[in-house]
Design a protein around this ligand. Structure first.
Ligand code: 13P
Length: 252
């Protein structure tokens, strides 16, 4: 049995005060980490504040990091600093980073290597555009992103990786992929890992769905055989909704 993960990607939302309010509101009400991993990824300047107050169950993740060890990259964040702050997860290759900030497949691969060097658990995001889906190219696009991302990683690393399948057309649009679409593509990702790495690794890796997930549509997604949780944007900004979604993972 793979342990479910409920991860909130806050994107560029919440002030420090709002972030602290959220933490205090959820801390006592989240399921134990023995059964569900819960993660919040806030804006970088509040990472340390949240790590210090993360409670028993919750863990904190960053939304991105740079692939270089250190150096002249104004505005960027190193994996070494994230590790030093006590951050446990890092989202890598989110479609918004790919679209606006130059996260190519090659850079995503370098970032994964760098994240593992610093003992961070990467949440690797992959997903197709609407045009790809309409052209029946979903598996080609997602397969290519996956192969490129995993290049050169060891089996021991890949089995600890978290993958988030986020169809770009379902992000922030209120348009969730159907359960069948989400399950079929996530099953494809697992098969691809069986083919390119091996079955034991494919059985262990957690694969999440992301794209307009909320407390209403999450339970059905979690009933599928291959979906191990969710990466949630908008709905994760509400403490109440976040607790409901963590409970849904506990009771799936
Ligand atoms: P929404 O849940 O707001 O659609 O965002 C999904 C997402 O991009 C999470 O990383």
């Amino acid at each position: 049995m793979r342990k479910p993960i409920i991860a909130g990607n806050w994107k560029m939302n919440k002030t420090r005060d709002e972030a602290l309010q959220f933490i205090y509101a959820v801390n006592m009400d989240l399921p134990s980490r023995e059964y569900v991993e819960t993660v919040i990824c806030p804006q970088a300047p509040v990472l340390r504040d949240l790590v210090k107050r993360q409670g028993e169950a919750l863990r904190i993740g960053a939304q991105t990091m740079h692939e270089a060890t250190d150096g002249a990259y104004t505005g960027e964040i190193s994996a070494a600093l994230l590790e030093n702050l006590g951050v446990d997860y890092v989202i890598i290759g989110h479609s918004e980073r790919r679209e606006y900030f130059g996260d190519t497949d090659a850079r995503v691969n370098l970032k994964l290597h760098q994240a593992f060097r610093h003992h961070l658990t990467p949440i690797l995001c992959i997903g197709e555009q609407l045009e790809d889906r309409e052209n029946d190219a979903t598996e080609t696009v997602v397969g290519t992103q996956l192969d490129a991302a995993l290049k050169g990683l060891g089996k021991d690393q890949i089995e600890h990786l978290v993958i988030a399948y986020e169809p770009v057309w379902a992000i922030g649009t209120g348009k969730t992929a159907t359960i069948e679409q989400a399950e079929a593509t996530i099953a494809f990702i697992r098969r691809r890992i069986t083919e390119t790495i091996d079955e034991a690794v494919a059985d262990k890796v957690r694969i999440l769905y992301g794209g307009s997930v909320n407390p209403d549509n999450l339970p059905a997604l979690l009933k599928t055989p291959n979906i191990d949780g969710a990466l949630i944007g908008g709905a994760s900004l509400s403490a109440k909704a976040f607790i409901q979604m963590a409970d849904a993972a506990l009771n799936r």
